[in-house]
Design a protein. Sequence first.
Length: 396
Amino acid sequence: MVLVSLLLALVTLPLLLPTLADLVALARGWPRSRRPVAPLSYDPPRLLFLVPAHDEELLIGACIRSLRALRYPADRAAIVVIADNCTDGTARIAHDEGVACFERTDLDQPGKPHAIAWALGRLPWEEYDSVVIVDADSEVDPDFGVALARVAPLRDKAAQGYHKVLNPDESALTRLGAILSAASHRFAYPVKQRADLNTPLLGNGMCIGTDILARYGWRAFTICEDWEMYAALTSEGVRIDGVPDAVVASQEARTLAQSASQRRRWTAGKLTVLARFIGPLLRSRAIGPAQKLDAVAELAAPGAALHLGLVVLLAGGALLLRPPGALFFAGLLVASLVRPAIYATAALRQEHDPGSALKAFLFLPAYTFWRVVVAIASLRMLGDRPWIRTARHRTP
């Protein structure tokens, strides 16, 4: 039973780390005034939008049209599609929409991170201030570029826009995804920003300054290249700003079957990045203790639904087995849910249709159980195993 208590302690700590990290962030950020919104410069930053795409003929046209509709000086932004190992009409649609399209065929090194590295080797990205990654199933807000320009200069830092759900009204699953996304971008990440801590990079809407690329190169090739880039840049002391007004919305899977591959990838990918970077992060001389704690907490934290499922299983098991300290550990586990509950409640209060949002939460118990099962299955993907891309569908 003592061994059971030790195991409980080991699994409880990662679930408590995000709460501890936020308390530290609040203590650091509370005395500070909010940063004033900078006016748009007469010389806005030059942005290179890269759109990696693999068989995306269903949605890429809308993505390109949203980028061309940006309320941003046309001579300060460029759009390049990377048609990566495509077997459909992705490249043709990109050409028909009037944007540059690079066609890549490399079956030995498929995937988004390799496609980005390949394209950067063929583009004059040094002529720009920032490289912006936009997924092909996404649409950017018309003011995306303006919002980025307000946190300029961009060359020597990274930034992350608000990765929103494009189709929140399709199902209970997409509605839950929209609420949890708002909880992160509108509430959790601003706590970090105010404390001068890095906002996580999420791949879609991720901006990398060109001085950063010149210094470190594109160095992320795991199945979670966004978390790998976040961990690598943070360990080097590179600043990552959150820009919640730079909105990019992508299609969320509307069914559990459609979502399974993506969730397995996220779980296995984050754990792989955590294993590889916990040492460099903790040893880094470029960042302080608060940033080290926050970065490790972000990499160790499961998603909200998986967190809930783990707490139910672990706390229930502790109370059933009654090892030494069972009530103490069960209490800590339940307390670890306070943080995501606060952020989710805050996001719910901003919902345009709170009734539908509350109905979506009726699906939470089934979704939580499913997330635990998927997380267990994802352990087979540790170490960059191949994954199957989420199937696309037409958004109503």
